[in-house]
Design a protein around this ligand. Sequence first.
Ligand SMILES: Nc1nc2c(ncn2[C@@H]2O[C@H](COP(=O)(O)OP(=O)(O)OP(=O)(O)O)[C@@H](O)[C@H]2O)c(=O)[nH]1
Ligand SMILES: [Mg+2]
Length: 312
Amino acid sequence: MARDIPSLVARAVEGDRASIAKLITAVEAGGEDAAAAEAAIYPHTGHAYTVGLTGAPGAGKSSLTDALVRRIRADDLEVGVLAIDPTSPYSGGAILGDRVRMQDHATDPGVYIRSMATRGHLGGLALATPRAARVLDAARKPWIIVETVGVGQVEVEIAGAADTTVVVVNPGWGDGVQANKAGLMEIADLFVVNKADREGTAETVRDLEMMLDLSGHPEWRPRIVETVATRNEGIDELWDAIREHREFQEAEGRLVQRREARLRDELQAILVAQLRARALAACSGPEFEDLVHQVEARAIDPHAAVERLLGA
Ligand SMILES: Nc1nc2c(ncn2[C@@H]2O[C@H](COP(=O)(O)OP(=O)(O)OP(=O)(O)O)[C@@H](O)[C@H]2O)c(=O)[nH]1
Ligand SMILES: [Mg+2]
């Protein structure tokens, strides 16, 4: 693979779907190909704007993504989508459902949709997602949507690591409260109350407003948009709100700051993953076994044993 990478990148930059797919597979898998792909891709990145979309299972994230993609295409802009599914690999029901819905876009060369699942490699999805997003960035997709289920720390983290983070809730008692518990309040730049065709929409909006009053957002108060994704209602408003948030951030250099903070986090995460891998590698083999026996025999204490490993 490694020797194909320059030509793959050259074709991906021109929007070639097969090359984009191969490069994402490479960065997803990790290892040497991933490093080579990343190195070749990186100079082409830095142009895309990413939107994280998260919320409870079944909140309507995929339906919203689908509607948003259509809206973005109506402005003649290209868009890439990463649907992150930590639990089910490619055969999973949710992903299959997504695929069916997204089929409308399958023949549109201006749209690239990809599902991603953990491959069990180092750092998993948290490290693979920004890399995959950079492939789409290099492939000149000016807008990238990253959809994650808002349960679990990693998924919330991934959704929060976007330029604009959209949190989707549904009408019903306590859904806003649930969002609060999952840590979604803090990462939301925008709230969507989807399934606004159902009862309790006004109450949910009120709940969210109340929570926003309490949490205090001195600079940017997250907008709350009501949508019925399946009927394409409220999608213009959502798109406007996303662009409004973008403009707000761009106006005073906040986007640069946000991206810099994200870069710090990413570098730290890569470093931690690398050190962890090395540490685990050091915990096997004859030298390690010998140390275990020395500790067992009380010839050396556990901390001193680790110091020796670190020295080696
Ligand atoms: N009534 C109503 N149903 C909706 C709306 N939006 C989505 N749905 C339905 O809700 C269900 C879940 O929608 P999805 O878009 O798959 O939700 P999701 O958040 O992507 O789900 P997961 O990826 O499985 O977590 C589907 O049956 C949709 O048709 C809406 O605005 N109103
Ligand atoms: Mg979905």
